[in-house]
Write a protein that binds this ligand. Sequence first.
Ligand code: NAP
Length: 252
Amino acid sequence: MNSISFDLAGKRALVTGANTGIGQAIAVALAQAGADVALAGRSEPAETLALITQTGRKAVNISADLSTTAPLARVVKETVAGLGGIDILVNNAGIIRRNDLADFTEEDWDAVVDTNLKSLFFLSQAAARHMANQGNGKIINIASLLSFQGGIRVPSYAAAKSGVAGVTRAMANELAPAGVQVNAIAPGYIATNNTAALQADQTRNRQIIERIPTGRWGNPQDIAGAAIFLASSAADYVTGQILAVDGGWLAR
Ligand code: NAP
């Protein structure tokens, strides 16, 4: 019997939005597990590049604003050129806009849906072409609790993240015969820039912690173990799943 392996040695990963937060933790963890990593984003990821280099793995920086589909083919092309191929894609880049339903603007709708859902799909499409050709690959989408719930004052985010769950399953079905697994991680409440406003709101902060069975906010590294698992051969028979890493939130 073969031993179960979480080793990513020799794998080539692309992570979006990895200058900070969850994307940074995942990118560094993939490198610690043995992968070379390309980072695609609109901000210079100097700290993440240094942390990956410290692991002895290769790090490549690709400058790209993922709010439109324009750079997506180039992002995959530069990943393949820089790392020699692509085995793992982590679609992490995302934004959130908060407003009351009555005041929610079309701009706030389009910005969130374009970045969090449309670019995620078309970047996956571009990467999947390479993965299907080589007969294997892993796509990991960062979903949300709002892939399951409606949330408060974030309708475009709930729509986009619910769409991420749907498109994860749709891509999983179509890519399974080609040896490509597509899954999502749904982080719970994780302390990052994305949630700074919630953490600063004393009432909401207390309500959130009271509702989490584990009794604390998650940190970005809490998400990284799930990413290593889904990127590894240990998860070769796992596809189309939305894995909540939420301190028990959804179990309540
Ligand atoms: P974060 O620290 O704000 O990170 C978001 C990342 O996405 C940043 O690197 C950001 O780059 C990048 N990004 C945003 N818009 C972009 C664009 N147009 N082009 C390129 N990169 C862009 O927040 P985070 O919490 O780590 O979020 C990471 C993912 O987890 C998101 O998809 C988010 O929805 C999801 N998530 C977070 C939580 C949570 O509790 N924190 C819960 C569920 C899901 P800049 O630094 O340049 O803005």
